[in-house]
Design a binder for this molecule. Structure first.
Ligand code: 13P
Length: 253
């Protein structure tokens, strides 16, 4: 059985005070021995704080983005080795907000994925179609293109150290969740695409669902055979909601 993952992407939210309160509450609510991986993704400036606050906890910390370059004259950017240096274990690459608002293309996402792996971070590769693409029946073509670009640059073996997150753009922050069947169909498609190149990696690959996951809908999403947890936005800012989502993932295990 694949170990479920619940990842909380805080996006550009928080403050030192609010983060401290949220993490303290989460630590109280999440039993240390749960059979799931729980990761929080605060904004860059709060990463070191989060690592320190969670030093005695089983929660891990990740970054929301990474520079594709290792270091150098790239004002405003943060390199993968720096994230590792402050105690991050994970990094999100290719989030749809980065692709859409900051014009990140498949090739750049593939290079970020490489940078993450090179520094010993686990990349959480986000894939997903827009509403127009879904309506035009292009969902599989879009996520295949996004996945294939990363496989082409990094090789299928690199996916033994990575996590996929299917995040339909139309479900992010909209309150409109993909149905469990819709999520399962895309997750199974992604797994089969990896399986065509390496069955063993496909069997172990964790594929998370993201897009309006809440305490109230997590259990039915996570009951699907290829949904191995969630990448949670808004609901990760509430300890109660996030705890409910984690509990749903733990049941899956
Ligand atoms: P919401 O859970 O707020 O829809 O955000 C999903 C997301 O983008 C997580 O990365």
């Amino acid at each position: 059985m694949r170990r479920p993952v619940v990842a909380g992407n805080w996006k550009m939210h928080g403050s030192r005070r609010a983060n401290k309160a949220l993490l303290a509450e989460l630590e109280l609510q999440l039993p240390p021995q749960w059979p799931i991986d729980v990761v929080v993704f605060p904004p860059y400036v709060y990463l070191a704080d989060a690592v320190r606050l969670l030093a005695e906890s089983s929660l891990a910390v990740g970054a929301q983005d990474v520079c594709a370059e290792p270091d150098g004259a790239f004002t405003g950017q943060v390199g993968a080795a720096m994230l590792k240096d402050v105690g991050c274990c994970y990094v999100i690459v290719g989030h749809s907000e980065r692709r859409r608002l900051y014009h990140e293309d498949d090739a750049l996402v593939a290079r970020k994925f490489a940078a993450a792996l090179g520094a010993g971070l686990t990349p959480v590769l986000c894939l997903g179609e827009s509403l127009a693409e879904r309506d035009a029946h292009k969902t599989e073509a879009v996520v295949a293109r996004q996945l294939d670009a990363v496989i082409a640059m990094n090789g299928i073996a690199s996916f033994s150290d990575a996590i996929l997150a299917y995040e339909p753009v139309w479900a992010i922050g909209t309150g409109r969740t993909a149905s469990p069947d819709q999520a399962q169909a895309v997750h199974a498609f992604l797994r089969s695409r990896v399986e065509a190149q390496d069955a063993n990696i496909a069997r172990h690959l964790r594929v998370l669902y993201g897009g309006s996951v809440k305490g109230g809908n997590a259990a039915e999403l996570f009951s699907m055979p290829d949904v191995d947890g969630g990448l949670v936005g808004g609901a990760s800012l509430s300890a109660d909601e996030f705890q409910q989502i984690c509990a749903a993932a733990a049941v899956r295990h």
